[in-house]
Write a protein that binds this ligand. Structure first.
Ligand code: NA7
Length: 533
């Protein structure tokens, strides 16, 4: 029998969420245990080491804000931070604040069961640890359950296979190889230009053409970086007041306020800024079909300007969903890559992949593609996948799988009725993936730490969301989403990328400012919607 360790809080995951949580819990004087599946910190940025991996939020925004020293000590080199640099940053943070010793690496949490008689959680790991904790905090990330479609014959392939979200640490050399990339989401769009530079030939198997905006990446604007260091609080406040947590300016006027010429000029201007700022061309871009269609057409024309072969340009032009309703991609030379002689775009919407063979792929129309290596850029069981892979049981032995069988139910995306003292950092139904993740992580962590301090001061030990509050929050999340075009897309936001997953819009789209205000009100009203005992 493993010895049971008693702690105040168990933290699952040592990415950006887990690390900050550990820092704050230690500051509050709570004892902790933290388990991390990888052999290092970084979470998403630890696993996603594929070539070209980069954040689509600018580096000056994608950064912790809780330490003045850290803000002054760390400088970013590029406008959009690369995965290696983000990993370096998070490792720097782990060492600088002596957090590493608080983490048990190479250890995956397999189960968390709530004991009603004690009001505490028993957490188990795949290496046999057993921890008894008052609070169980899931800092497990939103895109951390990589997924490969179950193509017939998938295990028969005799070449090398990779998933972008589980990339080998030593890197991969594709020189002289015929490579197939399946998927054209963000991971594919970032890695394809890099793989194409190495491979002998690259086949891209595209089911859905995706919208992507050039990053116009480059060295960080040093003057701006210095300004941000000197005015960090002001910079952060600006970002907090924005919808998604970045300091880029979004147009607050709807498209209908402008003439066609002005509309074009605005889109051109936002396009030149680069990245997701394009979605800020008009305030109604994600709500109004016509505004969205105009932006779609603008981007399709840009694709045709870049891609020389008209048939390839047509195939690369998205037509299945409104722009922005699937995660908008931000690229470096993605469309340009299709002008290379060693790159072939294969349409697997009209002829889907039928099976994988020892030598490559067969499509339903009988065409075959022989490759030496296959890259699955096929995404994740997003937002709920990682949580549901853990055997989580709350009151009366209710499993989270049962509770969420028709989609996630939470209060504020942080608590779950029937699962007292369990918290999900950037959980489903919080802004999470529709925001600058680091900002949302900080908001959740700080809110939780205030809650724990309040509970301690009042002698309370157990907190649980009420069914009523949870139901109202779920309705609110759904209602706001229904005002937008988001539910129209077969996106991972909707669970549509996983066969059989309930079709529910999972993130909260009301914006981080409104969300923060709601969380603050809940706290100010004695944690209204929760029962504390
Ligand atoms: P995504 O965005 O989920 O992309 C997965 C891609 O894989 C997408 O193009 C899918 O096409 C494609 N896919 C999935 N299953 C199949 C099958 N069976 N056949 C052909 N193609 C398939 O994952 P990413 O890793 O790129 O990005 C995830 C997030 O990380 C991203 O949004 C950023 O927030 C960061 P589909 O569109 O479903 O037709």
């Amino acid at each position: 029998m493993a010895e049971t360790k008693q702690v105040d809080a168990v933290v699952v995951g040592a990415g950006f969420g887990g690390l900050y949580m550990l820092y704050k819990l230690r500051e509050l004087g709570l004892s902790t245990a933290c388990f991390e599946a990888g052999d290092g910190v970084g979470g998403t940025w630890y696993w996603n080491r594929y070539p070209g991996a980069r954040c689509d939020v600018e580096s000056i925004d994608y950064t912790y804000s809780w330490s003045e020293e850290l803000t002054q000590e760390w400088s970013w080199s590029e406008r959009y931070p690369s995965q290696p640099e983000i990993l370096e940053y998070i490792n720097y943070v782990a060492d600088r604040f002596e957090l590493r010793d608080l983490i048990t690496f190479n250890t995956r949490v397999t189960a968390a069961h709530f004991d009603e008689s004690t009001g505490r959680w028993t957490v188990r790991t795949d290496t046999g640890d057993v921890v008894d904790a008052q609070f169980c905090i899931m800092a497990t990330g939103c895109l951390s359950a990589p997924r490969k479609p179950d193509f017939p014959g998938i295990d028969s392939f005799e070449g090398d296979t990779y998933h972008t979200g589980l990339w080998p640490h030593e890197g991969v050399d594709f020189t002289g190889k015929r490579v197939g990339v399946i998927g054209t989401g963000s991971s594919a769009i970032q890695s394809i230009p890099q793989i194409a530079k190495q491979a002998d030939h690259l086949y891209v198997f595209q089911r859905t053409a995706n919208f992507s905006i050039p990053a116009f990446n480059g060295p960080v604007d040093e003057e701006r970086q210095q300004w941000v260091k000197q005015h960090f609080a002001e910079h952060r406040e600006l970002a907090r007041a924005s919808g998604f947590g970045s300091s880029n300016s979004f147009n607050l006027q709807p498209s209908t306020d402008f003439s066609p010429e002005e509309q074009l000029a605005i889109m051109e201007e936002k396009w030149r800024v680069g990245g997701v700022t394009f979605l800020g061309s008009f305030a109604d871009l994600l709500f109004n079909e016509e505004a969205n269609a105009m932006a779609c057409q603008f981007v399709r024309e840009k694709i045709h300007e870049v891609v020389k072969d008209p048939r390839t340009a047509d195939l690369l032009s998205p037509s299945t969903h409104p722009i922005g309703t699937k995660r908008l991609c931000v690229d470096i030379d993605y469309f340009e890559t299709y002008n290379r002689d060693n790159v072939t775009l294969v349409d697997v919407r009209s002829a889907p992949i039928a099976s994988i063979t020892p030598t490559g792929l067969v499509l339903e129309d009988g065409s075959t593609y022989d490759v030496d290596a296959l890259v699955f850029a096929t995404g994740f069981d997003a937002m709920t996948g990682t949580l549901l892979r853990i055997d989580i049981r709350g009151r009366d032995g209710l499993t989270l799988q049962e509770k969420w069988s028709d989609g996630p139910h939470t209060y504020l995306g942080i608590g779950v009725a029937g699962f007292p003292n369990l918290f999900t950092i950037t959980g489903p139904q919080s802004p999470s993936v529709l925001s600058n993740m680091i900002m949302s992580i900080e908001q959740h962590v700080e809110w939780l730490v205030d809650l724990f301090a309040s509970m301690r001061s009042k002698g309370q030990t157990v907190i649980e969301a009420t069914e009523v509050a949870e139901k109202e929050w779920g309705e609110h999340v759904e209602q706001i989403a229904s005002f937008t075009l988001f539910p129209r897309a077969d996106s991972w936001y909707m669970g549509a990328n996983i066969p059989g997953k309930p079709r529910v819009f999972m993130p909260y789209i009301g914006g981080i400012a409104m969300y923060r205000q709601r969380c603050d009100e809940v706290a100010a009203n004695d944690y209204e919607g929760f029962v504390l005992t």
